[in-house]
Design a protein around this ligand. Structure first.
Ligand code: UDP
Length: 281
């Protein structure tokens, strides 16, 4: 079977955590983390919320926030603005969970898209969903579609587009997406390009939930190996990714991680000194 690890994840979500779901999502809340409003909810709640939004044909801008996203947002005001205009910001990765704990407002659930999106597609109601795949190198989205169809035969994939089209092709790409009328558009162009793309174009894609999913297509196409479950469990997926693609990712996971720790340390220090501007809202 194509994605045994997602089945395992989905089973865990559907059994133990499904019991925690309340219809009103009363346990979920928003936590300010380094000036970004992140959703605090279980994986099961996040899947339910995404599914409901898609099936109600709500337009939306949904992004996953990891350490790399936070560091990039501190350097690029336009990207930070795009993040704060999102409909949902979902915490992604051990760095954000660890940082939130240190800053006294812990986020317990890692809602990374690489687990969440396949788990969403595995839900019973997902057979009503139509999906459009935008991003990654030419040929990758086709491989993703084939693998997804194998794993989730009822899922409807209504269009594909690689992420390296020319700027003058953008209107044609948007038109193709609008005509396909997907419930959900997965945009896999990496941070910050995908969030900026969604921020700019979501208004022209009514009734479509747009989700930035980073390297998800490379994983689903099996072009890049995902970290084994044990490595993910101990919070070292970033180290795995660094070892798999050192040339592309060395800066992000060495310098970037240090900058991220510096941001946490600075906020932590300000909190200790009880400076008014540093208090979490
Ligand atoms: N990508 C793309 N268009 C571009 C640049 C990148 O579609 O102009 C794709 C790239 O092929 C890869 C993804 O964006 O599939 C970036 O993956 P990465 O793992 O860097 O995502 P991140 O970790 O930033 O979320």
């Amino acid at each position: 079977m194509a994605f045994p690890e997602y089945k395992e994840f989905r089973k865990a979500v559907l059994t133990s955590q499904a019991r925690q779901i309340s219809n009103s999502f009363s346990k979920s809340s928003v936590i300010e983390f380094l000036q970004l409003p992140l959703q605090k909810m279980t994986q099961a709640e996040a899947i339910r919320l995404l599914l409901d939004r898609c099936l109600k044909r709500q337009s939306g801008r949904i992004y996953f926030v990891n350490a790399h996203t936070v560091v990039t947002s501190q350097r690029q005001p336009e990207f930070k603005r795009a993040l704060t205009c999102a409909d949902l910001l979902l915490p992604d990765g051990s760095g954000v969970l660890w940082g939130s704990r240190l800053l006294g407002r812990p986020i317990r659930f890692n809602l990374n898209g690489t687990d969440l999106i396949p788990a969403l597609f595995g839900m019973e109601e997902a057979k009503e969903l139509s999906v459009y795949l935008l991003g990654a190198k030419p040929g990758v989205a086709g491989e993703v579609a084939r693998n997804l169809k194998q794993a989730y035969p009822n899922l409807r994939i209504v269009g594909l587009q690689h992420g390296y089209y020319e700027p003058n092709e953008k209107e044609a790409v948007l038109e193709k997406i609008r005509n396909a009328k997907p419930h959900i558009l997965l945009v896999a162009m990496g941070v910050p390009m995908q969030e900026l793309w969604i921020d700019e174009n979501a208004k022209d894609l009514p009734g479509i939930t747009c989700v930035g999913v980073g390297g998800l297509f490379d994983f689903l196409a099996k072009r890049v190996p995902r970290a084994p479950y044990a490595i993910r469990y101990v919070g070292l997926e970033w180290l795995w990714r660094l070892l798999v693609e050192p040339r592309r990712l060395w800066y992000r996971y060495t310098v970037g991680n240090f900058i991220f720790m510096g941001l946490i340390a600075r906020r932590f220090w300000s909190m200790i000194r009880k400076e008014p501007f540093a208090r979490q809202s």
